[in-house]
Design a protein around this ligand. Structure first.
Ligand code: AMP
Length: 395
């Protein structure tokens, strides 16, 4: 795996695919700068070597050219974060762009306009990728969030750089962290899989069954498992068409010697709202009219013990409706248990969607070993899929 440290960028123009798909408010101000900060080390390495950086990204889902999705809105924020006044050009291919690139001096940074203003980007168009490729001497892919897409700037472009391409620091770190959990992991390995639905995590659970010792299943998806084991789940969320899959997973785990832990008690509510009445019930005996919305106190203690005994921890998906304060305790206690285990020397990776939002919201992002930046990409890696953006770099 070739990374930035294998290349000296002196007098070189690095064409860097970053993931600057950041949230903007109504005044077009960036409300979460995590992704820009995550790309900073890569950009600085190029500049410190004595090269220049051409940054390309998508933003949102524009239908053609739509001003509200212009990357010009983020120029000042990117400049502040990397500490260099970033230049901007209102397109990503064409003569004007090539001219701006030719005029770019060492130490300078040029941000191109939203790649998705051209439908060829998502279509993975080869001509478009070739036009982009003219802009740099070296191609650097640092966009983990789009590595599972075979788009022009994330995958197709790599073929035009035979040797002169490498992973950025962020993408390399994502791959390393996932390997630390799935292949070079210290045992016992515990995966915590939460979230609303089993259906979205079936492939993840099946793939990790070969790699972990324990799986904690929490959140809404737990009820499909509890029901198939004969439990009474009241009005809790359940996918009746996935009962057979849940049973298959339980059987596979048994055959492979992987322990599956489900909640033993739950905090249930009489409606899906912050004002609901709540009560604690055994997870397999929830009355009708009540739905489990968070892990109960005994469950929180049990999960904490398992986590404290683990040397490697993977967390994907909240174990309760943490967006409502009343039902956030289980997810907070789980996050704290992971933070404590990490302080004691375990390696912990939090990735994929809402668990990342949860660790940020509860101030735990710096207390775990690694927080992944890519939701869908992380899930596909956990499913055991080869990501096209990563594969293209290895060819
Ligand atoms: P996912 O996107 O699959 O990771 O699901 C995340 C969502 O699952 C969050 O918005 C949580 O509020 C929701 N969730 C977690 N536990 C439950 C539950 N017991 N019932 C309903 N939704 C839940």
């Amino acid at each position: 795996m070739k990374t930035l440290n294998d290349i000296n960028f002196e007098n070189k123009k690095a064409l860097i695919r970053v993931d600057f798909n950041v949230p903007l408010n109504a005044d077009f101000k960036v409300t979460d700068t995590t992704r820009i900060e995550a790309a900073k080390p890569t950009i600085l390495k190029v500049l410190e070597d004595g090269g220049s950086a051409i940054l390309m990204s998508h933003l949102g889902r524009p239908k053609g050219v739509e001003e509200k999705f212009s990357l010009k809105h983020i120029v000042n924020t990117v400049s502040e974060i990397i500490g260099v006044q970033v230049k901007f050009i209102g397109n990503c291919i064409g003569e004007d762009v090539e001219k701006a690139v030719a005029e770019l001096e060492n130490g300078e940074v040029l941000l191109l306009e939203n790649l998705r203003f051209h439908p060829e980007e998502k279509a993975g168009d080869k001509d478009f990728a070739e036009k982009l490729s003219r802009l740099g001497d070296v191609y650097v892919n640092d966009a983990f969030g789009t590595a599972h897409r075979a788009h022009a700037s994330t995958t197709i472009i790599a073929q035009f750089f035979s040797e002169n391409k490498c992973f950025g620091f962020l993408l390399a770190k994502e791959i390393e962290s996932l390997n630390a959990v799935l292949s070079d992991s210290k045992k016992p390995v515990t995966a915590i899989i939460g979230g609303a639905k089993v259906s979205s995590k079936i492939d993840v659970i099946k793939n990790i069954l070969d790699k972990v010792d324990n799986i904690i299943i929490g959140g809404g998806m737990a009820y499909t498992f509890i029901k198939v084991k004969g439990g009474k789940i009241g009005d809790s969320i359940c996918e009746d068409d996935k009962l057979d899959v849940a049973q298959e997973i339980l059987n596979l785990a048994l055959a492979k010697g992987v322990k599956i832990y489900l909640p033993v008690d739950v905090l249930a509510a009489d409606s899906f709202s912050e004002d609901a009445n709540t009560d604690v019930f055994p997870a397999n005996d929830i009355p009708d009219g009540w739905q489990g919305l968070d892990a109960g106190p005994k469950t929180n203690v049990a999960f904490s013990y398992i986590i404290a005994d683990s040397k490697t921890i993977l967390w994907n998906g909240p174990i309760g409706v943490f967006e409502m304060e009343k039902f956030a305790k289980g997810t907070i206690e789980l996050g704290n248990a992971i933070a404590d285990a990490t302080a004691d020397g375990a390696f912990s990776l939090v990735g994929g969607g809402d668990s990342v939002a949860a660790v940020k919201q509860f101030g735990l992002a710096n207390k775990v070993s690694y927080v992944s930046t890519g939701g869908g990409a992380m899930l596909e890696m956990l499913e055991g899929k080869t990501l096209p953006g990563i594969e293209a770099m290895l060819k």
